[in-house]
Design a protein around this ligand. Sequence first.
Ligand SMILES: NC(=O)c1ccc[n+]([C@@H]2O[C@H](COP(=O)([O-])OP(=O)(O)OC[C@H]3O[C@@H](n4cnc5c(N)ncnc54)[C@H](OP(=O)(O)O)[C@@H]3O)[C@@H](O)[C@H]2O)c1
Length: 252
Amino acid sequence: MSQRFQDAVVIVTGGSRGIGLAIVQRFAEEGAQVVIAAKNPARGPQVTQALRQQGARVDFIGADVTQRDQAEALIAQVIERFGSVDVLVNNAGAHEKAPFTDESEDLWLRMFRINVLGTVFPSQAAVRHMRARGRGSIVHVASKAGVVGEPGHAAYSAAKGAIIALTRAMAVELAADGIRVNAVCPGPVLTDLLQEAVPDPDQQQRLVAHAPLRRLGLPADIAGAVLFLASDESAWCTGQALSIDGGMSILL
Ligand SMILES: NC(=O)c1ccc[n+]([C@@H]2O[C@H](COP(=O)([O-])OP(=O)(O)OC[C@H]3O[C@@H](n4cnc5c(N)ncnc54)[C@H](OP(=O)(O)O)[C@@H]3O)[C@@H](O)[C@H]2O)c1
């Protein structure tokens, strides 16, 4: 395993399970000091303990990223403990589905609060620090739902589309400060989020029946792309939204 992130300080929001946990594991394998930021006070510390027993350099900081003060406290604590933030991965997110006409105002606000503001607040705090250092890499986790039309979750899709627009806006504004901003757009990946959205295994398989690569994604599929975008291997790449979806978004 290469050591692209030897001694880099990496924050992964929502790193306690699913896609975020796979991202945490890959960064740790490549030498990073990783900080998991998540909400559940039991799960995060348990996962952190288990990873440490395997030799990973991982810490947990409890933070609800939808609260600006907690996002700011997260970045401040990481700088205090580890001296810097080299990479921020805004992975925390949530999904709710309903027919378009049944999506309440509260559901729209919840989807935008966790998926959009939960990306904006940690980014703002991290950028203030990265700007002073003249470097940094930020990767947002958007979704295929923000790239192509999908029925049944308009609010989630709009929020993920907003993250893609945010990626471009941040990239152009922050490039002169040495900060790169990119996004990944996963298709359906086997995690708790997918199990809740689509509990029936047959229905899960139907999601990918016509996909070019004919399978659901695994969290590790997304982690590899995130590490590429965070690393110097993508040094001339900013403002991009990379689809990792088994080819689903290229279909007519
Ligand atoms: N799975 C898919 O098919 C799929 C497809 C496209 C995009 N995505 C996106 O990929 C990302 C990860 O998805 P996943 O499937 O791995 O989800 P997941 O299994 O539901 O995990 C969500 C993670 O986000 C954290 N989180 C939720 N709300 C938070 C908050 N307010 N503050 C801090 N942390 C919070 C959770 O922490 P706690 O456990 O502490 O609550 C958990 O670690 C999300 O942005 C999702 O929209 C997923």
